[in-house]
Unconditional design. Structure first.
Length: 73
């Protein structure tokens, strides 16, 4: 793997780690909320945000795998 690719993979892995930490915190936050602590609209928006974060994490994982596989050739 070239040094530029290694650097990109390292950055992507760091981004993925940070994203996963935020997703976990959001999941825990959502689990503690109820109708009195958060409006229905806010709950739905946070659920949408969590889904977007999950999709983003999957894309990061695919990018990492692709770069690592590409550089194994």
């Amino acid at each position: 793997m070239g040094s530029k690719s290694k650097m990109i993979v390292k950055q992507l892995k760091k981004e993925l780690t940070n994203l996963n930490i935020k997703r976990t915190k959001l999941s825990k936050f959502l689990a503690k909320q109820n109708k009195k602590t958060l409006s229905a609209t806010q709950r739905e928006l946070l659920k949408e945000q969590k889904q977007a974060m999950t999709k983003y994490a999957k894309v990061l994982e695919l990018r990492i795998k692709n770069l690592e596989a590409k550089n194994d050739d």
